[in-house]
Design a protein. Structure first.
Length: 389
């Protein structure tokens, strides 16, 4: 038994994701695949197109064996905390041999070198100086690395999948242990590209689905009759933000550094989400950071919610091999369950994290084309796939 973990969003699941799972088995000998997946809200600062249980089903039907939810505070966090939260869950299982991730380079050694470069850069005065002079975090990081490292390392930090890969490696290093990082080279359309090929980007696929186009060539998953759009909860988001004070915005994850002042000013004027985001935008603040901040404000997530790593492991779905993974996780220090209600009772921290998840689910239900009532997170059943001969 050789278990590989994959940190994912599958928003939505497509041919490239299936290829990644297949290559993790083929190239690295994985016999079992556990996925740690974002729930109803994603790291780019948006609602997930499809319900998390439907995305879990798609993954299980395409080679995954166990799907675990990444708590919402971490799925809406920066790349660093997104990676740290997921790696904490993976390490806690105590049976994972490797962490597999996609990358533009496909070269794990140079990704490790880039991870070391990032660690060095973040501790340097040069990085702090760049930030003080108004560069955004990614720009300041890249500029610092350029001063000390060769072009091949610098180039790694320009690919979005490479950047996440570097954070996964850094999170593994911080967590310690023996989990090996391995990478599958991404192929097909680039991240966020509108290019059409056998494997298109998730952003292009989302656009096609919303336009009612045939997507059968790009994904085996076609249950999109009730997808979510952030525009459906736009008024609710704006209403929430208008009730908040400057001190409320300062408490958001990455909510300092002057961005709170721009949010306060923009909230009083903006009448749409795109207008709000453009008014907040500056060279200091990336759009993805702004989107995440807005949703954290809407959901009531603060920087204090990132002080504690995930305190439980919530199963969204599994097959028979998934049960074998769980059988190997008997020494896991975190409670494991399919029931959010049961997990909420395991500790005070778990209760707070589960409460955020419930709130996220209740508000996500309003973003669906066919709105749903509250409470699904406490009554939903996990996806169980039976193996067939």
């Amino acid at each position: 038994m050789k278990t590989a973990a994959i940190i994912c969003e599958y928003n939505p699941f497509h041919n490239g994701h299936k290829y990644h799972i297949e290559q993790t088995k083929k190239q690295f000998g994985a016999t079992h695949i556990v996925c740690v997946m974002s729930g109803n809200f994603t790291q780019r600062g948006d609602v997930a197109l499809c319900d998390k249980y439907e995305r879990a089903r798609a993954a299980l039907n395409s080679g995954a064996d166990l799907v675990i939810e990444l708590p919402v505070a971490f799925s809406l966090a920066s790349a660093e905390y997104f990676a740290r939260g997921a790696v904490h869950i993976i390490k806690s299982l105590q049976c994972v041999d490797m962490l597999s991730f996609g990358s533009e380079t496909g070269n794990c050694e140079i990704l490790k070198e880039a991870a070391g470069a990032v660690h060095f850069a973040l501790d340097s005065e040069v990085f702090l100086d760049h930030m003080k002079h108004g560069l955004s975090y990614p720009a300041a990081l890249k500029a610092t690395v350029e001063e000390y490292y060769t072009d091949d390392v610098v180039d790694i930090l320009t690919g979005p999948n490479n950047i996440l890969a570097v954070e996964y490696i850094r999170a593994l290093d911080m967590a310690g242990g023996t989990i090996e990082p391995v990478t599958v080279r991404r192929y097909g359309a680039a991240h966020d590209s509108d290019e059409l090929s056998s494997t298109i980007s998730a952003s292009k696929l989302r656009k096609m689905i919303k336009n009612g186009e045939d997507v059968s060539a790009y994904t085996a998953f076609s249950h999109y009759e009730n997808y979510a759009e952030i525009e459906r909860i736009e008024t609710a988001i704006l209403a929430k933000l208008r009730t908040m004070s400057k001190s409320d915005f300062e408490k958001l994850p990455n909510g300092g550094g002057g961005i709170e002042n721009r949010i306060v000013k923009a909230v009083r004027t903006a009448t749409t989400l795109p207008q709000l985001m453009l008014m907040i935008k500056s060279k200091n603040f990336t759009m993805s950071r702004i989107r995440r901040l807005i949703l954290c404000a809407f959901l009531g997530i603060t920087k204090n919610d990132l002080k504690n790593m995930p305190s439980y492991i919530r199963i969204l779905g599994m097959n028979d091999k998934g049960k074998e993974i769980l059988a190997q996780s008997k020494e896991c220090p975190l409670p494991i369950d399919t029931s959010l209600s049961a997990l909420a009772k395991t500790s005070d921290i778990a209760g707070k994290q589960a409460g955020l998840e419930e709130r996220a689910g209740n508000l996500y239900a309003l973003a669906l084309e066919k709105r749903q009532p509250c409470g699904k997170d406490f009554i939903a059943k996990p996806v169980i796939i039976k193996e067939t001969d």
